[in-house]
Design a protein around this ligand. Structure first.
Ligand SMILES: NC(=O)c1ccc[n+]([C@@H]2O[C@H](COP(=O)([O-])OP(=O)(O)OC[C@H]3O[C@@H](n4cnc5c(N)ncnc54)[C@H](OP(=O)(O)O)[C@@H]3O)[C@@H](O)[C@H]2O)c1
Length: 333
């Protein structure tokens, strides 16, 4: 959401002139069928409609890559043929290039983050200003592009688990894109945080204030050794049976075991965040501006692991689906 009207915005007539000069042909990544991202993603050119009232054209400078993008392309979320060719992506960062008539909350030249923006894998998008957020100058455009989808998910999970001071919480997948934000939000709330991760990420997690433990055989013993007391909550960003089984054994109150990925385990009394419930929507909306502010002032640490040119989006998704370095993957149009 826009936070305040921009007083430098020209009046409606001037905006109309902006629209006329804004006609652009956008390059957009689409899945032409479902399957291996390297094979099925293509770049197409599309004529953008002129922005309507409440809309702007954004020149995209960076695009966040997320596991859900790969799942959609691979057909894991369904294989609706009528949706093909299917635009991909949800989040981006860039600069407002043109504004629709009567659109006064953003002006040409404003640096912005777009989330959620379906079809974000593109070099230009037409988007409603209710999906735009101001990007502070101190927040790098690439970090900004990959901040919000993972960030609001982490905030939602931490809020749903009701993490507070005095809690001992396990974050499964603490070095992942969602995990690093969940770890930091839980530490900030005053909890003791045990984060599961590969050994290579342990020093990093210690730096964020967590107690790192390696996942795999013997996980529950390692958590018990590392925990200063009874584990009171768990946030799972991985979805493995190991993560859920260990959480069920450690946490008495199942409503405080929250998973964003274990969709097959929802019947066991844990909370699986799958769709847009009213509570999740509220948690996520409330998290956006604090996430942007804390990323901009450095109090929230996030990283960009790798950038890919947009025409290698399929390779980015393939790499994200396997073992990959810590941090976000970002596409450059
Ligand atoms: N429900 C929702 O609203 C929602 C929203 C966003 C994401 N998600 C889902 O949440 C999951 C994580 O997303 P993400 O963006 O954080 O992905 P990510 O950046 O790829 O992080 C995943 C992390 O999982 C860790 N990991 C891998 N195998 C593991 C195992 N066996 N046990 C414990 N940890 C393991 C890895 O850490 P190491 O490198 O330390 O091994 C990796 O960093 C994805 O499935 C995604 O689709 C759901």
């Amino acid at each position: 959401m826009a936070d305040s009207p921009n007083t430098n915005t020209p009046d409606t007539n001037d905006n109309t002139l902006d629209i006329d000069s804004a006609a652009v042909t956008a390059r957009q990544v689409v899945a032409v069928r479902y399957g291996d991202p390297v094979d099925v993603l293509k770049i197409v050119e599309v004529e953008l409609p002129a922005p309507d009232q409440g809309q702007v054209v954004v020149a995209v400078e960076a695009i966040g890559v997320n596991p859900i993008d790969a799942k959609i392309v691979r057909g894991v979320m369904g294989t609706d043929e009528s949706a093909l060719p299917r635009p991909i992506g949800n989040e981006l960062s860039g600069t407002v290039r043109a504004v629709g008539p009567g659109t006064n909350d953003f002006a040409v030249g404003d640096p912005v983050i777009g989330y959620p923006v379906p079809g974000a894998y593109a070099d230009h998008v037409v988007v409603g200003t209710d999906r735009l957020h101001r990007r502070p100058e101190s927040l790098d455009v690439q970090r900004a592009a990959g901040l919000l989808l993972a960030g609001v998910t982490a905030a939602d999970a931490v809020a749903t688990a009701q993490i507070a001071g005095g809690d001992v919480v396990v974050v499964h997948g603490g070095a992942g894109a969602v995990g690093v934000v969940a770890v930091q939000l839980a530490v900030k709330a005053g909890a003791t945080v045990i984060a599961t991760a590969a050994q290579t990420n342990h020093a990093y997690l210690r730096g964020l204030g967590a107690i790192p433990v390696t996942y795999g055989d013997g996980l529950i013993e390692r958590i018990r050794e590392g925990a200063p007391g009874a584990v009171t909550a768990a946030v799972d960003t991985v979805g493995t049976d190991e993560a859920i089984d260990v959480s069920l054994e450690l946490v008495v109150d199942r409503s405080r075991i929250v998973s964003i990925a274990a969709f097959g385990r929802a019947a066991e009394g844990i909370v699986v965040i799958a769709g847009p419930s009213a509570a999740s929507n509220r948690h996520r909306a409330e998290a956006i501006e604090p996430l942007i502010a804390s990323a901009a002032d450095g109090s929230l640490v996030t990283e960009v692991a790798a950038t890919y040119p947009m025409d290698r989006a399929g390779h980015a998704l393939a790499d994200l689906s396997g073992r990959h370095p810590r941090g976000k993957f970002v596409l450059l149009p």
